[in-house]
Design a protein. Structure first.
Length: 396
């Protein structure tokens, strides 16, 4: 019999050691490990090691240090490792929707995420996993970016609570495609994917990748810094009082501090745009925002091929309305009283409802067509996965 699971708090000293040894894979207990302030350690967002990256050359790349790859959902472990991500060589991007309920085939409520697929000759390279000289396969060919509500590991997500931006921090997480698909499949969540089409061909897809990486890293650093600031009093009470300890704390804050890598307000979000919010900054709306921001940047460079300018959506994270915050804490009567405001908002902003996003993208000319029609790809563990069938991939 295994011992009962208990919450394990990572110390400031462990966090500092982690920052000093980012190249070392990190294995955590998904359901129990927490950061200072109580946030789930398994939900640490994607961050870029800018010092190890090279972005201004033809073969440019970034090194990410918090790639979720190789954990096991059965025994409740999450593994973070490092990877070298090429900025060129994206051959496809899919907007992936996952039904979160059993209402109809596609569900009433859906999770949305972006899947970037890389060419065989330009793979993502896992670092510190050995090399080809010893037979290691250290290449992967897709990454999944998922914007999520960062919270304690034992606190389930609540759609209504998420309407109040003070409830959850926003965490842009990154997974290897197979790791994320397995997690979702074991939760009985199939993938329904739409292939994107951006102006400027492969360079447009590269621009989307760059926009996505910079946006994720910026939000991650701001929110981690905010988390550390919130726990400043805990550090004063529990952390070392020596000058060395204070210097270590300062080093930790500096290592995780935000960097303005791109001088663009569409990427460097304001404080009001960084918390999670169910309608304004959810998994699906943040993914859509990333696409819209990249398209705006491409249009500004003169690339408009294939776009329907009349239906092009502006990069917008919306504005908190009073009824949203009120609804987060309302009882059943309060929900009914605010129903007209909800319906009016959804009519003005259909993209706030994930199921409406594909149609919005199609109108703007941002979905790839097959024989003149949008193709929706259904990936399922029982039938066809993005990586073949189980019969093909498991030793008989």
């Amino acid at each position: 019999m295994l011992p009962p699971k208990q919450i394990r708090s990572l110390t400031y000293e462990q966090l500092l050691k982690r920052v000093q040894h980012l190249e070392v894979p990190l294995r955590l207990r998904t359901a129990t490990d927490v950061l200072p302030g109580g946030y789930s350690a398994a939900m640490i967002p994607m961050m870029i090691d800018w010092d190890a990256s090279k972005i201004d050359t033809e073969d440019g790349f970034v090194v990410i240090r918090t790639l979720n790859h190789g954990g096991n959902p059965v025994d409740g472990t999450t593994v973070f490792c490092s990877a070298k991500v090429p900025l060129q060589g994206v051959i496809a991007v899919e907007f992936v929707f996952l039904p979160l309920d059993k209402v109809g085939r596609n569900g009433l409520i859906q999770h949305g995420q972006l899947r970037f697929i890389f060419a065989k000759e330009h793979p993502v390279e896992l670092l510190n996993f050995g090399n080809e000289e010893i037979g290691t396969d250290h290449h992967i060919h897709d990454l999944v970016f998922s914007w999520e509500a960062w919270r304690p590991p034992n606190e389930g997500f609540n759609v209504k609570t998420g309407l109040d931006p003070d409830s959850y921090m926003l965490s842009p997480r990154v997974f290897s495609g197979p790791t994320r698909f397995l997690d979702d499949a074991l939760g009985q969540r199939d993938w329904f994917s739409y292939k994107l089409r951006l102006p400027h061909g492969p360079q447009g897809l590269s621009e989307l990748l760059k926009t996505n990486l910079a946006l994720c890293d910026g939000v991650a650093r701001h929110n981690i810094s905010s988390m550390l600031e919130q726990s400043e009093d805990l550090w004063a009470q529990q952390g070392p009082t020596s000058e060395t300890g204070k210097a270590d704390w300062a080093e930790l804050r500096k290592a995780l501090a935000p960097l303005e890598v791109v001088a663009d307000s569409r990427i460097n979000l304001s404080p009001d745009e960084r918390p999670y919010q169910t309608l304004l900054r959810s998994c699906a709306t943040m993914s859509l925002y990333t696409i819209n921001a990249a398209v705006e940047r491409l249009v500004a460079q003169g690339y408009t091929d294939g776009l329907n300018m009349e239906h092009l959506m502006m990069a917008d994270l919306g504005q908190q309305e009073p009824w949203m915050t009120e609804l987060a804490k309302a009882n059943l009567k309060g929900v009914f009283l605010r129903a007209p405001s909800i319906l009016q908002y959804l009519r003005r902003h259909p993209q706030a409802f994930p199921k409406a996003i594909p149609k919005q993208l199609e109108k703007a000319g941002l979905l790839a067509l097959e024989n003149g029609r949008v193709r929706k790809i259904h990936y399922s563990l029982n039938k066809q996965t993005p990586y073949g069938t189980l019969q093909e991939n498991i030793i008989k």
